[in-house]
Design a protein. Structure first.
Length: 294
Protein backbone atom coordinates (compact mmCIF):
# COMPACT_ATOMS: atom_id res chain seq x y z
CA UNK A 1 0.00 0.00 0.00
CA UNK A 2 1.10 3.55 -0.63
CA UNK A 3 2.22 5.55 2.38
CA UNK A 4 -0.42 8.13 1.45
CA UNK A 5 -4.22 7.83 1.32
CA UNK A 6 -6.01 6.73 -1.80
CA UNK A 7 -7.69 9.84 -3.22
CA UNK A 8 -11.22 8.57 -2.58
CA UNK A 9 -10.44 7.86 1.07
CA UNK A 10 -8.86 11.25 1.60
CA UNK A 11 -11.84 13.08 0.06
CA UNK A 12 -14.27 11.19 2.30
CA UNK A 13 -12.18 11.85 5.41
CA UNK A 14 -11.73 15.56 4.73
CA UNK A 15 -15.39 16.06 3.83
CA UNK A 16 -16.51 14.33 7.02
CA UNK A 17 -14.14 16.29 9.22
CA UNK A 18 -14.90 19.78 7.92
CA UNK A 19 -18.63 19.16 7.64
CA UNK A 20 -18.79 18.03 11.26
CA UNK A 21 -16.57 20.85 12.60
CA UNK A 22 -17.69 23.84 10.57
CA UNK A 23 -19.95 25.31 13.24
CA UNK A 24 -17.15 25.35 15.83
CA UNK A 25 -14.64 27.41 13.84
CA UNK A 26 -14.60 31.20 14.43
CA UNK A 27 -15.80 33.23 11.46
CA UNK A 28 -12.69 35.25 10.70
CA UNK A 29 -11.74 36.12 7.14
CA UNK A 30 -8.18 35.60 5.95
CA UNK A 31 -7.97 39.35 5.31
CA UNK A 32 -8.15 39.74 9.10
CA UNK A 33 -4.70 38.45 9.97
CA UNK A 34 -4.03 37.01 13.41
CA UNK A 35 -0.89 38.88 14.41
CA UNK A 36 1.10 39.02 17.67
CA UNK A 37 0.60 41.94 20.06
CA UNK A 38 2.79 45.04 20.01
CA UNK A 39 4.15 44.41 23.49
CA UNK A 40 7.16 42.15 23.98
CA UNK A 41 6.70 38.45 24.65
CA UNK A 42 6.68 37.49 28.34
CA UNK A 43 8.09 34.05 29.08
CA UNK A 44 7.34 32.40 32.41
CA UNK A 45 9.94 30.44 34.36
CA UNK A 46 9.20 26.73 34.63
CA UNK A 47 10.09 24.12 37.24
CA UNK A 48 13.15 23.26 35.14
CA UNK A 49 16.47 25.04 34.62
CA UNK A 50 16.84 26.12 31.00
CA UNK A 51 13.12 25.92 30.19
CA UNK A 52 10.53 28.71 29.93
CA UNK A 53 6.85 28.55 29.07
CA UNK A 54 4.36 30.74 27.23
CA UNK A 55 0.58 30.57 27.20
CA UNK A 56 -1.21 33.20 25.15
CA UNK A 57 -4.96 33.61 24.69
CA UNK A 58 -6.10 36.52 22.54
CA UNK A 59 -8.21 39.25 24.10
CA UNK A 60 -10.01 40.02 20.85
CA UNK A 61 -8.57 37.60 18.26
CA UNK A 62 -9.28 33.85 18.51
CA UNK A 63 -5.70 32.89 19.42
CA UNK A 64 -4.81 29.94 21.66
CA UNK A 65 -1.03 29.46 21.66
CA UNK A 66 1.28 27.43 23.89
CA UNK A 67 5.06 27.30 23.65
CA UNK A 68 8.28 26.23 25.32
CA UNK A 69 11.67 27.94 25.07
CA UNK A 70 14.52 25.50 25.69
CA UNK A 71 18.16 26.46 26.22
CA UNK A 72 20.02 23.83 24.20
CA UNK A 73 23.18 24.40 26.25
CA UNK A 74 21.49 23.23 29.46
CA UNK A 75 23.67 20.65 31.19
CA UNK A 76 22.12 17.19 31.24
CA UNK A 77 19.63 17.87 28.41
CA UNK A 78 18.73 14.67 26.55
CA UNK A 79 16.43 14.31 23.52
CA UNK A 80 14.23 11.25 23.08
CA UNK A 81 12.46 10.05 19.92
CA UNK A 82 9.91 7.34 19.16
CA UNK A 83 11.42 3.95 18.26
CA UNK A 84 10.09 1.80 15.45
CA UNK A 85 8.05 -1.17 16.72
CA UNK A 86 9.34 -4.73 16.61
CA UNK A 87 6.03 -6.49 17.27
CA UNK A 88 4.03 -5.32 14.22
CA UNK A 89 4.83 -5.02 10.52
CA UNK A 90 4.74 -1.23 10.27
CA UNK A 91 7.11 1.71 10.38
CA UNK A 92 5.54 3.02 13.57
CA UNK A 93 2.88 2.17 16.13
CA UNK A 94 0.48 4.95 17.14
CA UNK A 95 0.86 6.40 20.61
CA UNK A 96 -0.47 9.48 22.36
CA UNK A 97 2.12 12.16 23.05
CA UNK A 98 1.30 12.12 26.77
CA UNK A 99 1.79 8.34 26.92
CA UNK A 100 5.12 8.62 25.08
CA UNK A 101 6.24 11.25 27.60
CA UNK A 102 5.08 9.22 30.60
CA UNK A 103 6.68 5.97 29.43
CA UNK A 104 10.02 7.72 28.94
CA UNK A 105 9.87 9.95 32.04
CA UNK A 106 10.23 13.07 29.88
CA UNK A 107 10.13 16.71 30.86
CA UNK A 108 8.14 17.62 27.74
CA UNK A 109 7.09 16.19 24.38
CA UNK A 110 5.38 17.26 21.18
CA UNK A 111 3.88 15.42 18.21
CA UNK A 112 6.11 15.32 15.15
CA UNK A 113 5.89 13.90 11.61
CA UNK A 114 2.85 13.64 9.31
CA UNK A 115 1.69 10.06 8.84
CA UNK A 116 -0.84 7.80 7.15
CA UNK A 117 -2.75 4.75 8.31
CA UNK A 118 -3.24 1.62 6.28
CA UNK A 119 -7.01 1.79 6.31
CA UNK A 120 -9.51 4.61 6.66
CA UNK A 121 -8.74 4.84 10.38
CA UNK A 122 -6.92 8.15 10.26
CA UNK A 123 -9.79 9.83 12.11
CA UNK A 124 -10.18 6.96 14.55
CA UNK A 125 -8.08 7.44 17.64
CA UNK A 126 -6.52 4.01 17.96
CA UNK A 127 -3.39 3.53 20.03
CA UNK A 128 -0.90 0.79 19.11
CA UNK A 129 -2.16 0.74 15.51
CA UNK A 130 0.15 0.55 12.46
CA UNK A 131 1.20 3.93 11.11
CA UNK A 132 3.47 4.83 8.20
CA UNK A 133 5.42 8.07 8.42
CA UNK A 134 4.86 10.46 5.50
CA UNK A 135 8.42 11.61 4.99
CA UNK A 136 11.87 11.21 6.45
CA UNK A 137 12.41 9.61 9.83
CA UNK A 138 15.85 8.52 11.03
CA UNK A 139 16.12 6.90 14.45
CA UNK A 140 19.63 6.59 15.87
CA UNK A 141 21.24 6.50 12.40
CA UNK A 142 18.66 4.00 11.11
CA UNK A 143 16.32 5.20 8.36
CA UNK A 144 12.77 4.22 9.30
CA UNK A 145 11.06 6.17 6.52
CA UNK A 146 12.44 7.62 3.30
CA UNK A 147 12.42 11.32 2.31
CA UNK A 148 9.64 13.14 0.50
CA UNK A 149 11.49 15.54 -1.84
CA UNK A 150 9.17 18.53 -1.40
CA UNK A 151 9.10 18.35 2.42
CA UNK A 152 11.65 19.58 4.97
CA UNK A 153 13.02 18.08 8.16
CA UNK A 154 14.76 18.62 11.49
CA UNK A 155 18.19 17.06 11.93
CA UNK A 156 20.01 16.31 15.18
CA UNK A 157 23.66 15.54 14.54
CA UNK A 158 26.11 13.39 16.49
CA UNK A 159 27.81 16.54 17.76
CA UNK A 160 24.54 17.65 19.39
CA UNK A 161 23.77 20.47 16.95
CA UNK A 162 20.44 20.94 15.17
CA UNK A 163 19.81 21.82 11.53
CA UNK A 164 16.77 22.36 9.30
CA UNK A 165 16.86 21.55 5.59
CA UNK A 166 15.11 19.74 2.76
CA UNK A 167 14.52 16.04 3.29
CA UNK A 168 16.70 15.49 0.23
CA UNK A 169 19.68 17.23 1.85
CA UNK A 170 20.53 15.06 4.83
CA UNK A 171 23.51 16.69 6.58
CA UNK A 172 26.67 14.70 7.16
CA UNK A 173 26.82 13.43 10.72
CA UNK A 174 23.03 13.09 11.13
CA UNK A 175 21.99 10.73 13.90
CA UNK A 176 18.30 11.63 14.15
CA UNK A 177 15.99 13.17 11.52
CA UNK A 178 12.34 14.11 12.00
CA UNK A 179 10.39 15.09 8.90
CA UNK A 180 7.83 17.86 8.83
CA UNK A 181 6.06 19.82 6.13
CA UNK A 182 7.84 23.04 5.15
CA UNK A 183 10.28 25.53 6.63
CA UNK A 184 8.22 28.72 6.99
CA UNK A 185 10.82 30.87 8.76
CA UNK A 186 14.37 31.01 7.43
CA UNK A 187 17.09 33.34 8.74
CA UNK A 188 14.45 35.71 10.11
CA UNK A 189 12.50 35.84 6.82
CA UNK A 190 8.87 34.76 6.95
CA UNK A 191 8.33 32.38 4.01
CA UNK A 192 4.95 31.15 5.24
CA UNK A 193 1.83 31.15 3.13
CA UNK A 194 -1.14 28.79 3.32
CA UNK A 195 -4.59 30.29 2.94
CA UNK A 196 -6.14 27.90 5.43
CA UNK A 197 -6.05 28.16 9.21
CA UNK A 198 -5.30 24.91 11.00
CA UNK A 199 -4.23 23.83 14.45
CA UNK A 200 -0.43 23.91 14.18
CA UNK A 201 2.64 22.25 15.61
CA UNK A 202 5.95 23.97 14.91
CA UNK A 203 9.57 23.77 15.97
CA UNK A 204 11.82 26.82 15.82
CA UNK A 205 15.29 28.01 16.73
CA UNK A 206 16.94 31.28 17.64
CA UNK A 207 19.35 32.90 15.19
CA UNK A 208 22.35 31.25 16.85
CA UNK A 209 20.55 27.84 17.06
CA UNK A 210 21.14 27.77 20.82
CA UNK A 211 17.46 28.06 21.81
CA UNK A 212 14.72 25.71 20.62
CA UNK A 213 11.06 26.71 20.53
CA UNK A 214 8.26 24.13 20.65
CA UNK A 215 4.90 25.62 19.70
CA UNK A 216 1.32 24.47 19.31
CA UNK A 217 -1.65 26.57 18.19
CA UNK A 218 -5.15 25.28 18.85
CA UNK A 219 -7.86 25.59 16.21
CA UNK A 220 -11.26 24.28 15.08
CA UNK A 221 -12.75 25.60 18.31
CA UNK A 222 -15.06 28.50 19.11
CA UNK A 223 -12.32 30.72 20.54
CA UNK A 224 -9.33 29.20 18.73
CA UNK A 225 -9.10 29.70 14.97
CA UNK A 226 -5.71 28.11 14.27
CA UNK A 227 -3.23 29.91 12.01
CA UNK A 228 -1.88 30.06 8.50
CA UNK A 229 1.85 29.38 8.20
CA UNK A 230 2.37 33.07 7.41
CA UNK A 231 0.72 34.00 10.70
CA UNK A 232 2.72 31.26 12.40
CA UNK A 233 5.91 32.88 11.11
CA UNK A 234 4.96 36.24 12.63
CA UNK A 235 4.30 34.68 16.02
CA UNK A 236 7.56 32.72 15.89
CA UNK A 237 9.44 35.96 15.17
CA UNK A 238 7.66 37.61 18.10
CA UNK A 239 8.79 34.75 20.35
CA UNK A 240 12.42 35.24 19.32
CA UNK A 241 12.86 32.58 16.64
CA UNK A 242 14.71 33.09 13.36
CA UNK A 243 14.06 29.62 11.95
CA UNK A 244 10.88 27.54 11.99
CA UNK A 245 9.39 24.39 10.47
CA UNK A 246 5.74 23.33 10.27
CA UNK A 247 5.18 19.81 11.65
CA UNK A 248 2.07 17.63 11.64
CA UNK A 249 -0.90 19.70 12.78
CA UNK A 250 -4.68 19.44 12.89
CA UNK A 251 -6.01 17.10 15.54
CA UNK A 252 -2.51 15.72 16.09
CA UNK A 253 -1.14 18.95 17.61
CA UNK A 254 -0.22 18.21 21.22
CA UNK A 255 2.29 19.65 23.69
CA UNK A 256 2.78 18.13 27.14
CA UNK A 257 4.92 19.33 30.06
CA UNK A 258 5.82 17.78 33.40
CA UNK A 259 5.12 20.13 36.29
CA UNK A 260 5.39 19.28 39.98
CA UNK A 261 6.07 15.69 38.97
CA UNK A 262 2.94 15.28 36.83
CA UNK A 263 2.45 15.56 33.10
CA UNK A 264 0.01 18.17 31.85
CA UNK A 265 -1.32 18.69 28.35
CA UNK A 266 -0.79 22.40 27.70
CA UNK A 267 -3.15 22.75 24.75
CA UNK A 268 -6.59 21.35 23.96
CA UNK A 269 -6.36 19.24 20.79
CA UNK A 270 -9.50 18.49 18.82
CA UNK A 271 -10.06 14.91 17.74
CA UNK A 272 -13.27 14.12 15.82
CA UNK A 273 -14.67 17.57 16.75
CA UNK A 274 -14.15 17.04 20.51
CA UNK A 275 -11.80 19.51 22.28
CA UNK A 276 -9.47 17.95 24.81
CA UNK A 277 -9.36 14.61 22.98
CA UNK A 278 -5.73 13.62 22.42
CA UNK A 279 -4.90 11.71 19.25
CA UNK A 280 -2.50 8.78 19.03
CA UNK A 281 0.17 9.76 16.48
CA UNK A 282 3.08 8.11 14.69
CA UNK A 283 6.10 9.73 16.35
CA UNK A 284 7.20 12.42 18.76
CA UNK A 285 10.03 14.67 19.90
CA UNK A 286 10.70 14.74 23.63
CA UNK A 287 13.41 15.73 26.05
CA UNK A 288 14.58 15.18 29.60
CA UNK A 289 16.12 17.76 31.88
CA UNK A 290 17.82 17.03 35.20
CA UNK A 291 15.74 17.27 38.39
CA UNK A 292 13.08 19.91 38.88
CA UNK A 293 14.10 23.12 40.64
CA UNK A 294 12.81 23.58 44.17
Amino acid sequence: MSKFFHASELIIAVAFFFTSCASAVPKLSLEQQILPPAEAVHWELSDWAGLKTLSYTGRTDPVCLYALSLNLRTEGLEFVFTPSPTDINAEMKSLKTSVFAEHNNLTAAINATPYASRKLSYLINRSHAPRDVSGLYIYDNHEISSPVPYFDALYLLYDGSWQMDSQENIPAGTRWAVGGFHIFLRDGINEGGSHIRYPRTAVGFSKDMKTMFLLVVDGRQRDCAGMTTEELGEWMLWMGASHGINMDGGGSSTLVLREKGRLRMLNSPVHRTKPGQERAVANHIGFRLPGQME
